[in-house]
Design a protein around this ligand. Structure first.
Ligand code: SAM
Length: 227
């Protein structure tokens, strides 16, 4: 079991207690950024306890589909209970690592659960700061996103502006509690793409970024300054 999975299995029982109130505002902002339409097919990578799923389910309606993928069974168990409470019949969950199957197999999984291998919208919510291999993860999401589709990321970073004074204390706490690294240059990665819109919340410590896939544009080769 990976360190990330072990960590989220351990904190699953208290995840909602902390993350639901703390990130309610950015979650609503991410939902607005997704600009979901009735009938949309939406993928959330690392859906965790499913805090975003009922909102997405309601927005896409009965003709739409939502798929939440997550590696951690203990987080997904909570997501499943939430879906039952909200009667989210148009949402499916898949227990697995988005990076594990070969691309063709991943497309098969998407097709099975959402009737398409190319979602209209992909959401990564508090994933990139904690996921190992986050650049490859971004590339993978991009490969399956439908041309013209929206990629929305909401994530943590160090405080900005005057709030930066809190960083010597806040950054280690955020890294410890999330089991990741909030100093990863994820926002720079997205900013280098055309059509990226960004807003920040909570003293700049949370950002919501939306970008759109132009045509069949490839990510790593064409745009991103990856080393
Ligand atoms: C911080 S939680 C975020 C949960 C949810 N998106 C939210 O907004 O509250 C990150 C989740 O990503 C999952 N995760 C990490 N790496 C993953 C991967 N490669 N594939 C699928 N899920 C992953 C973890 O198991 C964890 O549940």
């Amino acid at each position: 079991m990976s360190a990330t999975r072990r960590w989220y299995a351990r904190i699953a029982p208290i995840y909602d207690l902390v993350c639901r109130p703390l990130y309610a505002g950015p979650r609503r902002a991410a939902l607005r950024a997704m600009d979901l339409q009735v009938g949309h097919k939406v993928l959330e990578i690392g859906c965790g306890t499913g805090l975003n799923l009922p909102m997405m389910s309601a927005a896409v309606g009965t003709r739409g589909r939502v798929l939440g993928i997550d590696t951690t069974t203990e987080m997904l168990d909570r997501a499943e209970a939430r879906l039952d409470r909200f009667d989210c019949d148009n949402v499916a969950l898949y227990n697995g690592d988005i990076m594990a199957p070969p691309l063709a197999a991943l497309k098969g999984i998407l097709r099975k659960h959402m009737d398409t291998a190319h979602p209209d919208v992909i959401l990564c919510s508090y994933l990139f700061a904690i996921a190992p291999g986050y650049k490859e993860l971004f590339e993978r999401a991009w490969q399956v996103l439908r041309p013209g589709g929206h990629f929305v990321m909401v994530d943590t970073q160090p405080f900005q502006g005057a709030w930066r004074l809190l960083n010597p204390l806040a950054v280690p706490i955020a890294n410890w509690s999330g089991g990741g690294n909030v100093r990863r240059p994820t926002l720079e990665l997205l900013s280098s793409l055309p059509l990226t819109e960004i807003e920040t919340h909570l003293g700049g410590s949370v950002f919501v970024a939306r970008t759109r896939k132009l045509g069949n544009m490839r990510l790593l080769d064409d745009y991103l300054p990856f080393s």
